[in-house]
Design a protein around this ligand. Structure first.
Ligand code: PMP
Length: 410
């Protein structure tokens, strides 16, 4: 029986809704701070120059568009393993785990696909369904985990009234959760707050993870956006590798994406890696990952992963170029962050939290009323949680934006 007429209308995606309203607005000074994708100083999207060169090389090289294996090519897997876990030959613990066959890596459909695959995997094989996520977190985390049959629950992370981490209540809320829960941690540039744990705070959380036998799931969507250097933004992974090598943690999983740091958004290029207890476990886990992925999308797309393969192939010398491209992107974001800060009225509002935040966003702490006023009175479009995408800000509009903010906080 056809029951299509009983299907209720789903709520629109909040960020896409903002973009639609932005497009309709005829104010020439309008600013879109909703989208989480990079724009240059002229407000335009870019292709990283190193990526463009890799594509030219690929154009000459490619002779087929055959399927890649279910979990991607061995070459791509090895690049990701060495780049992330061995920090390109700079992490002896990561190297040990790779050499011992204790890392299973699969190419995935970017970071979102990676999160979904690991969520399905944990739902199928892990002892607990409960997954603890920071409050706030990227909204899609909750949706992905729910849809995969896990049970997301928040742990305290950020105190919006103080515009700061609430570390004591973060710890107590984690400690109040049942043993063996899964805990999601952002590797760096926490979305949406831009505020990360200090290395010392990471150590304390890692101690709780050990004491409570939590399963660590790390999401790394902004590697390189904290410092400008992807090799520096990986301290948390190195800490985990060391704990695994010391036998203090058996296993963890990492979701990784090249969407932001290589600008490969629509190419959907990422990975899931599971650190295992032994090479034998790895074999079983890899076989189960294949069994899980095959009926969903069979195998991942190839263009983005081939770009990654070319960039990391020493004969083309593109790696330094890519690192330079990324550093320039992050440099612009930081310059704009400082310019915004300079132009904000600090006499009635403390804006110092802006300087502590890292990554693509400023988490302003503005109320939803203030965000709505910015939209209605100044054509400044942002999500109502007060998260502004720095990408939408440039030399041409930063003063207008600061001025608008100064008016709404009066
Ligand atoms: N995790 C976080 C925290 C993100 O912000 C994003 C992108 N907005 C992703 C994962 C996944 O992005 P993608 O699927 O484009 O790689």
């Amino acid at each position: 029986l056809n029951k299509w007429n009983e299907i209720p209308l789903a709520p629109p995606d909040k960020i896409l809704g903002i973009s639609e309203a932005f497009v309709k607005d005829t104010n020439t000074k309008k600013i879109n701070l909703g989208v989480g994708a990079y724009r240059d100083n002229n407000g335009r999207p870019i292709i990283f120059p190193a990526v463009k060169e890799a594509e030219k090389i690929l154009y000459g090289l490619e002779t087929e568009k055959e399927y890649t294996p279910i979990i991607g090519s061995k070459k791509y897997q090895n690049i990701v393993k060495n780049f992330i876990f061995n920090n390109s030959n700079k992490d002896p613990n990561g190297k040990k785990l790779i050499d011992e066959g204790r890392i299973v890596t699969s190419q995935t459909i970017s970071g979102t696909g990676s999160l979904r695959v690991i969520a399905d995997f944990l739902n199928r094989f892990y002892s607990s369904k409960k997954i603890l996520v920071p409050k706030p977190t990227w909204a899609n985390h909750v949706a992905v985990f729910n849809d995969a049959g896990l049970q997301p629950e928040f742990y305290n992370y950020y105190d919006k009234s103080a515009n700061d981490l609430e570390f004591e209540s973060l710890k107590s809320s984690l400690l109040s959760q049942p043993k063996e829960s899964i805990v999601l941690l952002h590797a760096c540039c926490h979305n949406p707050t831009g505020l990360d744990l200090t290395p010392e705070q990471q150590d304390e959380v890692l101690q709780i993870i050990q004491d409570k036998s939590f399963y660590p799931l790390v999401d790394m969507a902004y590697q390189g956006f904290a410092s400008g250097d992807p090799y520096k933004d990986i301290g948390f992974i190195r800490k985990l590798n060391s704990l695994v090598v010391d036998g203090k943690i058996n296993s963890y999983a990492l979701c990784q994406s090249f969407a932001k740091n290589m600008g490969l958004y629509g190419e959907r290029t990422g990975s899931i890696s599971i650190i295992t207890e032994s090479a034998d476990h790895s074999k079983a886990i890899e076989s189960q990952l294949k069994k899980l992925i095959r009926p969903i999308y069979s195998s991942p797309p190839i263009h983005g992963s081939k770009i990654v393969e070319v960039i990391f192939d020493e004969q083309y010398q593109l790696l330094p170029k890519w690192l330079g491209d990324l550093d320039a992107v992050v440099g612009r974001l930081n310059t704009v962050r400082s310019k915004l800060y300079e132009n904000l009225d600090k006499s009635s509002y403390n804006w110092d939290h802006l300087l502590k935040q890292r990554g693509m966003f400023v988490y302003t702490g503005l109320t939803s009323e203030q965000v709505i006023k910015l939209r209605n009175d100044y054509s400044v479009y942002a999500t109502e949680d007060g998260r502004f995408s720095i990408s939408g800000i440039n030399d041409g509009n930063v003063e207008y934006l600061a001025n608008a903010i100064n008016e709404v906080i009066k």
